[in-house]
Design a protein around this ligand. Structure first.
Ligand code: NI
Length: 427
């Protein structure tokens, strides 16, 4: 089995101090963590990375995005969600093709990798193209074909076929969930049907919940109850559930998310950009609800940078609660790594430990943003901007080294993607 040794790298211990460590990777997993320079080079038959100038962190996990939407970055600015979606995004999406989505997905994944992200949970369409981009790039992903009422039975059949063809594919780096878009685009019967299918296939769902005040009010006008209450009543939950946004919640809905063991995904930049509001994140964390982070798509962010998202989550909660001590660095870091790793991948991701997946990023310890370099603690996540990430390892394979992606020709993909955008949208 292929072995990779990261020698003499700085790793945070339980006390938040850096310890020099050797990380021995075998196949897809971390085989052992030893004191620095303990592991003899001749014990590792294959590649050795000199880690002496690096800090090793677990790869960041982006739990809600629409990765091909990098194609629309800058096309829809300064709008509320409703106008953003109906006046700009839907017309743009009507012209998408398999080819365009493949190139968009590769460019989106390139941005994730450059910023230290080793996993993303995606909901979109032309998902075969996204799966192909995941396969080519070497990243880990959870993929859902987005479904709305208009997709009907045909959409459900396509989602099931996508599940059958891609779940646990690409060396098991791909997991497939079902993606009913939201309670305002899917009726309750359709939501129930999709949830039942996910349960039958022993997989999960990925959905947008309570993103804006308007959608909650419209739902209440129609159903005389709040969306998450209605979902619980039809037995929608009960499987692994990725619930994006969860901005406008009452206490009953928070209790349902807790009792149904849903994973909440906080999208602070997107919620700020679209003026959607502020999710009650500290309250949910206090009630032991697993809360992760996501960028949402690039058209509503405009960056796919999980370091920025961790920083935004912290600042937004601090300013909205008028409490500078809320959501400290350790909590924010867990939201970006360990919590989703525990929830979505059985504790095998989002953490550097023996027998976990070898999903590791190496940060350049002498980066200006880490100065003074003598007092580094986990609070460094507030300073990191993403460009300090030098090396990215996913599933035991080096995907980026010296800031260069090794699995595909990024420049060539970018050139081709620009040509396709020009031809499709700007001619
Ligand atoms: Ni979204």
């Amino acid at each position: 089995m292929n072995q990779l040794l990261i020698q003499n790298v700085s790793l945070f211990d339980r006390n938040d101090s850096l310890q020099k460590t050797d990380i021995l990777i075998e196949g897809n997993y971390i085989k052992s963590l030893n004191p620095a320079n303990f592991t003899q080079s001749n014990q590792c038959k294959d590649e050795i990375i000199d880690g002496s100038n690096f800090i090793a962190l677990p790869g960041l996990m982006n739990c809600h995005t629409h990765i091909p939407m990098v194609l629309f970055r800058g096309f829809a600015e300064d709008l509320n969600l409703n106008d953003w979606l109906t006046k700009k995004i839907f017309p743009l999406e009507s012209k998408l093709s398999e080819e365009l989505v493949l190139y968009g997905a590769l460019m989106g994944i390139a941005e994730l990798i450059h910023n230290g992200c080793t996993f993303f949970a995606d909901m979109y369409f032309f998902m075969e193209s996204v799966a192909k981009a995941v396969d080519i790039s070497g990243i880990r992903a959870n993929l859902s074909l987005g479904l709305i009422d208009q997709n009907g039975e045909d959409g459900i059949r396509k989602a099931e076929t996508f599940f059958n063809n891609y779940h646990l594919s690409s060396q098991q780096r791909i997991h497939v969930f079902f993606g009913p878009h939201a309670p305002y685009t899917c009726n309750l019967q359709y939501l129930k049907q999709i949830s039942n299918l996910a349960k039958k296939l022993k997989t999960g769902i990925h959905i947008h919940l309570n993103e804006t005040e308007k959608e909650v009010k419209d739902f209440e006008d129609q159903h005389h109850k709040r969306p998450i209450v209605a979902l619980e009543e039809i037995g929608f939950f009960g499987q692994t559930s990725i619930c994006a946004h969860c901005v406008h919640l009452d206490q009953k809905e928070i209790s349902i998310l807790k009792s149904e063991n849903a994973l909440v995904v906080h999208n602070p930049s997107s919620n700020m950009k679209l003026g959607s509001g502020i999710a009650p994140i500290p309250s949910m964390i206090n009630q032991q609800i697993p809360v992760s982070l996501g960028t949402d798509g690039a058209a509503s962010n405009n960056q796919l940078n999980m370091f920025k998202e961790m920083h935004m989550a912290s600042l937004l909660s601090k300013v909205s609660s008028k409490d500078g001590s809320i959501l400290p660095a350790d909590t924010i870091f867990k939201m970006g790594t360990e919590t989703p790793g525990q929830y979505l991948l059985n504790g095998k991701a989002g953490i550097i430990k023996e027998n976990a997946f070898a999903d590791i990023i190496l940060i350049n310890q002498s980066s200006p943003s880490l100065f003074p370099n003598v007092i580094i603690s986990k609070s460094m996540i507030h300073s990191l901007q993403g460009n300090e990430v030098d090396t990215v390892i996913i599933n035991g394979r080096i995907i980026m080294k010296g800031h260069r992606i090794l699995t595909f020709d990024e420049k060539e993909i970018q050139k081709k993607a620009n040509q396709l955008i020009q031809k499709t949208y700007l001619c």
